[in-house]
Design a protein around this ligand. Sequence first.
Ligand code: RIB
Ligand code: CA
Length: 311
Amino acid sequence: MSKIPVIIDVDTGIDDAMALVLALQSDKLEIRGITTVAGNQTIEKTTRNTIDVVEYFGRGEIPVAMGASQPLVRPQIIAAYAHGESGLGTAVLPKAEKQPEELDAVSFIKKVLEESEEKITLVPTGPLTNIAILLKAYPHIKDNIKEIVLMGGGAFQGNSNATAEFNIFADPEAASVVFNSGVKLVMCGLDVTMKALVTPDEVAQIKAIGNKAGDFIAEALEFYMAMYKKNANFIGCAVHDAVTITYLIAPELIKTRQGIAKVDIDGKDSYAATICDFRPWRDKEKDNALVGVDIDREAFVKLLMDACKNY
Ligand code: RIB
Ligand code: CA
């Protein structure tokens, strides 16, 4: 079976790193490039973390291009409370020599898409700033995109507030551009990612693998679990971003619903909410998204553990 060509856009962060650990070892993906955006931390830190993760897991040949340092309109918010000052919790990786590409993220994605003989899947796991700029600056480029499999939003829940999820809340105007673009979306929002839970016992099993991947992931997830416990008295943590890669390499583990998804940029309390219309009598011609609603949690955790063992 041919590999799926992808460009992954990250704000590495702990769960972005988990998504990369899954993607970098998968024989089902052809990673044409990785781009970075500010979100969990500043653009300098998310880029540094991304390069260090890619190098550490032996895929230094994959180009990494640095992207947007700020959201399009709203004041910047950074999720240091969730991912720590470095963006990777207390986990420390060797500093890679590798530098980001000369091209910025948007120019890089444009170049790769235009030069590709086949359509490419974009996999954003942070704020959608880079993707929005790409679609606005080069509208024709939509024809080179197969679909956008994103972590973001929530049909029935938020985390940054009652209705907004962080990746959308960090740049709602960018998300609105992407959701209104007409490109087919797979929205891996909180409805599915909050079920992609890893328990303390499973993190201990990852640690017991006893290799570099297990050590790194266990330490990063221990920090993430401590944040969930402190902020929500929650046992375990949700590995949000890894759900996007899971959808691509093991789609049978994810249940989705088709509907119309858009981003509210006009509301007050609902600002940055992802409004998902699943009504049977909706205008189905306007369907633009498959929205993740469930995951086989045990199989997801096994996928993560097996990925660790492959390093
Ligand atoms: O709401 C979860 C999302 O926000 C994840 O992408 C996490 O990395 C943070 O960016
Ligand atoms: Ca992220």
